[in-house]
Write a protein that binds this ligand. Structure first.
Ligand SMILES: [Zn+2]
Length: 328
């Protein structure tokens, strides 16, 4: 009796939730501190801008298949501070990035050695707000070696570190990542530990690190679980991101989760900390984030050019009405 009642109640709540939309958080500003825009479309940029995303961080990662040479890394890093930043600006979104050798490709040691030589040419560039995303994937010896070298680079450059924690054996991988960061003398307040879950969050916060959460659709960390965590732990040193990339992911994960938090009764102040302010506080330690830039990037000229190229295809007019079914 009681159980069938609660199932009914759950169903009711689910229906209410499914009816919610982003109008709940209209007028709020969001910062997505982990999103791979290189693999997303202009529709995604437009939707993010419409939903209130004013700034984002694109961490350097792998491409879904291994790179075969150094030039692929060089061109990728260049695009993160060049073309992709420009593309983002055309939708009024301030684009930052973190630069690093990802854990998967750390396992190709011959190439990894060359990438380490390349990194200093990029980490001091404008708009680079950290070394990332680095850390463990399979937790191999090679991954550990290049993780340690990049922690040293972060210290040398005075940049925050964005840690990718492994999806397999996460708890141990997360602990190890933190142990090693402390061993290298990093201040935990300069280190953002990403892809947390219920198993890792307490220790990450207790040890003074930032705890970032990726909202994954359909699996792992959905946003209902995130709201429970935010309710339990409060907003201090917690941030959320979409980590949207070329896989099944949702570039609106941050505003959607904000809307869900609002429905579930979290205060506007707490929501602002988790979906905007904390990411800025953490990554602004790079000296590279100026919030007043967000407002100025709202003045968009979509006929603007980057090295002679625009986001407009031949003859296109900027900013067409996307809701019309007529494609003109
Ligand atoms: Zn990522």
């Amino acid at each position: 009796m009681c159980c069938s009642h609660s199932i009914e109640k759950d169903k009711e709540e689910r229906k209410t939730l499914e009816a919610f939309d982003l109008s709940l958080v209209k007028g709020m500003k969001f910062f997505d501190p982990h999103v791979h825009m290189t693999s997303r479309t202009t529709d995604d940029y437009q939707a993010m801008a419409d939903a209130g995303v004013v700034a984002l961080i694109e961490p350097a990662f792998w491409l879904g298949q291994p790179r075969t040479g150094l030039d692929s890394f060089r061109d990728y890093y260049s695009s993160l501070i060049g073309w992709e930043r420009f593309r983002s600006s055309q939708f009024g979104i301030k684009h930052y990035c973190t630069i690093g050798l990802n854990s998967r490709e750390a396992n190709n040691e011959a190439l990894a050695e060359q990438v380490m030589e390349l990194l200093p040419l990029f980490v001091y560039k404008d708009g680079v707000v950290g070394i990332g995303e680095i850390g463990f994937d399979d937790q191999t010896a090679a991954e550990e070696k290049y993780y340690r070298l990049q922690l040293e680079l972060a210290k040398e450059a005075g940049l925050p570190v964005q840690i990718h924690t492994p999806h397999r054996d996460k708890k141990r991988g997360t602990q190890r990542s933190m142990d090693i960061a402390l061993e290298h003398g990093l201040n935990p307040y300069q280190v953002i530990v990403d892809h947390n879950n219920e198993e890792t969050v307490k220790e990450v916060l207790d040890r003074g690190f930032w705890a970032a959460f990726t909202i994954y659709p359909f699996t792992k960390m959905g946003n209902e679980r995130m709201v429970d965590i935010a309710t339990q732990y409060g907003p201090e040193r917690i941030m959320i991101n979409s980590a949207a990339d070329w896989g099944i992911s949702d570039p609106l994960a941050v505003p959607k989760t904000a809307a869900l938090m609002k429905m579930r009764g979290l205060s506007d102040l707490d929501i602002e900390l988790i979906t905007y302010r904390n990411a800025i506080t953490a990554f602004a330690q790079s000296g590279q984030i100026d919030e007043t830039d967000f407002a100025t990037s709202k003045n968009i000229d979509q006929s603007g050019k980057f090295e002679g190229n625009t986001i407009l295809r031949g003859g296109q007019q900027p900013r067409i009405d996307k809701s019309s079914i007529i494609i003109s």
